[in-house]
Design a protein around this ligand. Structure first.
Ligand code: SAH
Length: 264
């Protein structure tokens, strides 16, 4: 596969650029794939989310154009249709576009919508996977998402979806299961209520991992019933994950502290 040159043609002879949907991982630049790092270091146009770590953006060449379409909650962000149109327009104009996203492009990253828009417009598109926040957080906090003694199922859900209370999460959390909630801070109280109403014990252990893999990472623990209090009392900020299940009660606090020191 050719990673540097444009491919495809638009109109009679016009060269067409390619859209690269690239996962930037959870923060630490060392967690980029080699392919992502190579693409960033040779990019001429980078279209990125608010979640992409500034140290990663700094890897782009000095002359590269960086466009932020910030997606962090409650900040201004470009509507998805406009992002799709921007990617397609730039590629049709002949340049390769590096669409850089936090974590993995296909895990709550709207990468599917962007790939579809490119395909519909006849623009070549390729996806480079990234380490999703759940995987990065598990490693950085020494918190295995599965463990033979504690969980053989792991689920990723979004806490920010439309009609949260109508979502059927029954069976995703509980004995032998780990539930990882992305974008769940703003709805933490409803999430805890919903899971308890579904039959989960209010004592179920959980961890909130804020800024996973970054120097300011925090790992906070509480029982499920105290989730909203924890988020409020500790003023937990985005990005953060809520990880629910017995695996979060395993990592002794000393191990978690060592893990934290290791990324500083
Ligand atoms: N595509 C991304 C997820 C985008 S949704 C991925 O695969 O990771 C954005 C949410 O991801 C945030 O609200 C937060 O819940 C989670 N997230 C992303 N980076 C994170 C980090 N470094 N630490 C904790 N949570 C993170």
């Amino acid at each position: 596969m050719n990673e540097t040159t444009s491919s495809g043609m638009s109109g009679p002879n016009a060269p067409m650029g390619k859209v690269w949907l690239v996962g930037a991982g959870p923060g630490d630049p060392d967690l980029l794939t080699l392919r992502a790092a190579r693409l960033i270091m040779s990019a001429r146009l980078v279209v990125h989310d608010g979640l992409v770590d500034p140290r990663i953006l700094a890897m782009a060449p000095a002359g590269a154009r960086l466009i932020s379409v910030a997606k962090r909650r409650s900040r201004h962000s470009m509507p998805q249709d406009d992002i799709n149109a921007l990617l397609v327009r730039e590629a049709l104009a002949g340049g390769d576009v590096l669409r850089l996203k936090g974590g993995d492009p296909f895990i709550f990253g709207r990468g599917g919508e962007e790939a579809e828009a490119c395909i519909a417009a006849g623009v070549p598109v390729e996806v480079v996977p990234g380490i999703s926040a759940a995987v990065g957080a598990g490693a950085a906090a020494l918190l295995p998402l599965t463990h033979r003694d504690a969980a053989s199922v792991v689920s990723f859900v979004s806490g920010q979806c439309k009609g949260l209370t109508d979502q059927n999460w029954a069976g995703l959390a509980g004995i032998g299961r780990t539930l990882v909630i992305y974008m769940g801070l703003a709805t933490a109280a409803q999430i805890a209520e919903k899971l308890i109403a579904d039959g989960l014990s209010p004592e179920t252990p959980l961890a909130v991992v804020e800024n996973a893999t970054r120097p300011d990472m925090r790992v906070l623990r509480s029982p499920l019933a105290a989730l909203a209090d924890l988020v409020e009392r500790e003023r937990v900020q985005s990005p953060a994950l809520i990880i629910i299940g017995a695996v979060t009660a395993r990592a002794p606090s000393e191990l978690a502290r060592v893990a934290l020191e290791a990324i500083k």
